[in-house]
Design a protein around this ligand. Structure first.
Ligand code: ZN
Length: 59
């Protein structure tokens, strides 16, 4: 009984982590597709000034 509860908690925790990872990917995609670069005011995916490349090292 106790063991089963522990397993289901671990499963839930893994699900939460997976959903968080998915959400981070989603936010990164929004940032990439829709946000303007501060350096050249193009969208990050169209950025040519190199500021986006610096950010990609953190993401
Ligand atoms: Zn740029």
């Amino acid at each position: 009984m106790c063991h089963r509860v522990a397993v289901s908690r671990t499963t839930i925790l893994l699900w939460i982590l997976a959903l968080m990872a998915l959400e981070i990917q989603h936010l990164k995609w929004i940032w990439w597709e829709y946000w303007d670069c501060r350096g050249c005011s193009a969208k990050h995916k169209d950025c040519a000034c190199g500021a986006t490349r610096t950010w990609l090292m953190f993401l």
